[in-house]
Design a protein around this ligand. Structure first.
Ligand code: PTJ
Length: 267
């Protein structure tokens, strides 16, 4: 018998960590359906840990990075949203919505290319309303020379010709490779000092599940903004300072937690 108001009969709605546990289950279910790679579970755990020490909320500096990211994506001639298993398992609908608003196609680009994964991910995106998905025709892919991982295989009508690539949460070497071939990169990564974060032009240090709804909100707001204004937002944005602000958020959060923990430990 299935209990109401639970995840898998196990996590009640009033559980203090309900949201976090819900996303864990999305990742676990995603893995069972081949959407998420086995290593995606570990990647998610690492993300959770960083989210925890960032206070599990979208900081003001992440919101600034999101504004700059939308300005850059609107400014681009060929923007592309690169998606992997974790992103699709966690946020299929918001990925599709953002893609439609900013007119940037979704391209599936996987590190672990286990058989059946592309089809599983494609289906989830289609069920979420995606009309055009790139990166699905293995016979029509080209390689990025600077990369040796599976991520080197890209769609000739997508990442290959893109001037701006949006890469939500992933392993480090691709951002570096994309930069080397002249692309601008927008990354979402809870780890402010990952190689992806440090190499990206715009790094949004936040959880993808919170970032995408905020991006959609800003994309709607900026939809008819003149080019000049978008450029000003971009010129004002400093990625290095923004990453430093995220590191300060972590330091301050840990200091506060230390104080609070000591109060409990005293009793
Ligand atoms: O689906 P595939 O085959 O393309 O593989 C995807 C994974 C994520 C398994 C692969 O790219 C990988 O192994 O990535 P890494 O090297 O573990 O890096 C993932 C990064 O994303 C880490 O810096 C995590 O902190 C971060 N991260 C994890 N979950 C989230 C996140 N960042 C934002 N939001 C999250 N929910």
């Amino acid at each position: 018998m299935s209990l109401n108001n639970t995840i898998n009969d196990e996590v009640p709605l009033d559980h203090p960590r309900y949201e976090s546990l819900k996303h864990r289950h999305e990742i676990i279910e995603g893995m069972k359906k081949l959407i998420v790679a086995e290593a995606g579970l570990i990647a998610h755990g690492r993300g959770e840990c960083f989210d925890y020490i960032l206070g599990e909320s979208t900081s003001e500096n992440a919101k600034e990075a999101i504004k700059a990211a939308i300005a850059l994506l609107y400014h681009a001639k060929h923007p592309v949203i690169s998606v992997n298993g974790n992103t699709v398992a966690l946020c299929p609908k918001t990925l599709v919505e953002l893609s439609k608003i900013i007119n940037a196609p979704l391209e599936i680009n996987l590190f672990y290319r286990k058989e059946g994964r592309i089809e599983a991910i494609k289906k989830v995106l289609e069920d979420a309303g995606a009309e055009k998905i790139l990166g699905i025709d293995d016979t029509n892919m080209v390689e990025i020379g600077e990369l040796t991982s599976n991520r080197r295989n890209v769609d000739p009508n997508g990442i290959k010709i893109a001037d701006v690539v949006f890469v939500p949460l992933e392993d480090g070497d691709r951002t570096e490779a994309l930069k080397k071939i002249g692309k601008k990169v927008v990354a979402v990564d809870l780890n402010p000092i990952s190689r992806t974060s440090l190499w990206a032009d715009i790094t949004i240090v936040d959880n993808i599940v919170r970032t995408l709804p905020e991006m959609i909100k800003i994309a709607k707001k900026f939809k008819n903004t003149e080019e000049e204004k978008l450029k000003k937002i971009l010129d004002k944005f400093d990625n290095k300072k923004n990453i430093q602000a995220s590191l300060n958020t972590i330091i301050e959060y840990i200091k506060k937690q230390k104080k609070d923990a000591f109060k409990i430990l005293k009793n």
